[in-house]
Structures are given as structure tokens and as C-alpha cells.
Design a protein around this ligand. Structure first.
Ligand SMILES: Cc1cc2nc3c(=O)[nH]c(=O)nc-3n(C[C@H](O)[C@H](O)[C@H](O)COP(=O)(O)O)c2cc1C
Length: 188
């Protein structure tokens, strides 16, 4: 193979090479019950049995303290319908503001955890803290999924209906994308 023509990427920017990342809204609440929302691009499944999901949150975020305090959170899946609210929740801290109110999002009771779900999202994974791992300038919180549900018509066991659920992917900075609503299957 001839030498590849490449663009060098600085170490600090190299994580962008695995973006666009599926963007989620995590709702959480402190012991006082006051709910908060944090926008995250760094979230991933880590186990099927038990069902586990990991989110990576910097210690300076207010949500980091809230999750440490109560050990509960909900991973909510936003769509392009609430792109502005999703970006907003990733730009201001809930330390002294009510992001539900300011972003125009609706808190609704969850089934098994205290933090509310976000009504405008199409799917919800209720989590109880399973483990916590420091990793550089972030902490990986692993949640055991104790309840999961999605809006009717948006999801079936085969996966999302991409025509209906236009999920948000973070490209970088203030740039986002969604998937073309078409399924591609490999030949074999
Ligand atoms: C698209 C997007 C993705 C983000 N992803 C993460 C992330 O994965 N981890 C993180 O700690 N912060 C992430 N942030 C930053 C937090 O959402 C932001 O600092 C937020 O204001 C923290 O809120 P809080 O202080 O109320 O917890 C992201 C922001 C945006 C806009």
C-alpha cells in the first residue's frame, strides 16, 4: 500500500475522530429532590446482563455531585425537535438555575427512580448507580438500567423508527447531525 495522505490531529482533539456521538439528556436530582439536566455526548452501553450504561461526566459539573449524592439518574433520548433545549442544557449549569423551566422541558415521574424523566424525549433508561470510575478529567458513572421504555411508534424490538425518532448526534462545538432514515444491511 502506498503511503496514506493524512491530516494530523492533536491529542486533545483526537476524541473528535470518534464523533459524531449519540447525544443524550441525563436527568438527575439531589437529596433535596431538585431536578437537573445535563447534555452528554459521551454515553455507551457496557453490558447486556445485567443491563448497564456508562456516562462520562466531568467532576466540576453540578450533575456529577447530584449523581454521587443519590446514585440515581435517567438517560433520556432527545430528538431534533428539541435540539435548542438539548444544546441549552449543555451550556448552562443547574447549580443555580432551573434548566427544566428555562429549556421548556417537562419533568414527569419516573417509575423506579426519584429523578424525573424528560417528557419531550422519545426514550428513557432509568438507572441506579452500579459503579463509578475516575478517568482523567471525567468520571465514568455506570448505571444499571432498572426500567426502560420508549414512545409508541418510535421504537420496536428491531430498533428505532428513524423516520419518527430523529436522534441527535454531536459532531463538535455547536454542530449536530441526524441519521438518514434508511437502513443499510451488509451483504453477508
Ligand atoms: C453536545 C454536548 C455534549 C456534551 N457532552 C458532555 C459529556 O459527555 N460529559 C460532560 O461532562 N459534559 C458534557 N457536556 C457539557 C455539559 O453538558 C455542560 O457543562 C453542562 O452545562 C453541565 O451542567 P450541570 O453543571 O448542570 O451538570 C456537553 C455539552 C454539549 C453541548
Amino acid at each position: 500500500m502506498e503511503k496514506k495522505d493524512v491530516v494530523n490531529v492533536s491529542p486533545s482533539n483526537s476524541v473528535r475522530l470518534i464523533h459524531p456521538m449519540h447525544t443524550v439528556l441525563v436527568s438527575c436530582a439531589g437529596k433535596d429532590g431538585k431536578p437537573n439536566i445535563i447534555t452528554l455526548a459521551w454515553a455507551m452501553p457496557t453490558s447486556i446482563s445485567p443491563p448497564l450504561v456508562a456516562v462520562s461526566i466531568a467532576p466540576r459539573r453540578h450533575s456529577h455531585s447530584l449523581i454521587e449524592e443519590t446514585g440515581e439518574f435517567v438517560v433520556n433520548i432527545p430528538t431534533m425537535d428539541i435540539l435548542d433545549a438539548t444544546f441549552y442544557c449543555g451550556r448552562v449549569s443547574g447549580r443555580d438555575r432551573d434548566k427544566f423551566k428555562e429549556a421548556g422541558l417537562t419533568p414527569m415521574p419516573a417509575r423506579k427512580v426519584k429523578p424525573p424523566i424528560i417528557g419531550e424525549c422519545v426514550a428513557h433508561l432509568e438507572c441506579k448507580l452500579y459503579g463509578k470510575y475516575p478517568t482523567g478529567d471525567h468520571t465514568i458513572f455506570v448505571g444499571e438500567i432498572v426500567e426502560a421504555y420508549a414512545n409508541k411508534g418510535c421504537f420496536s424490538e428491531a430498533g428505532y423508527n428513524l423516520e419518527k425518532a430523529k436522534m441527535i448526534f454531536h459532531v463538535g462545538g455547536n454542530e449536530f447531525a441526524t441519521l438518514e432514515p434508511k437502513i443499510h444491511k451488509p451483504k453477508t
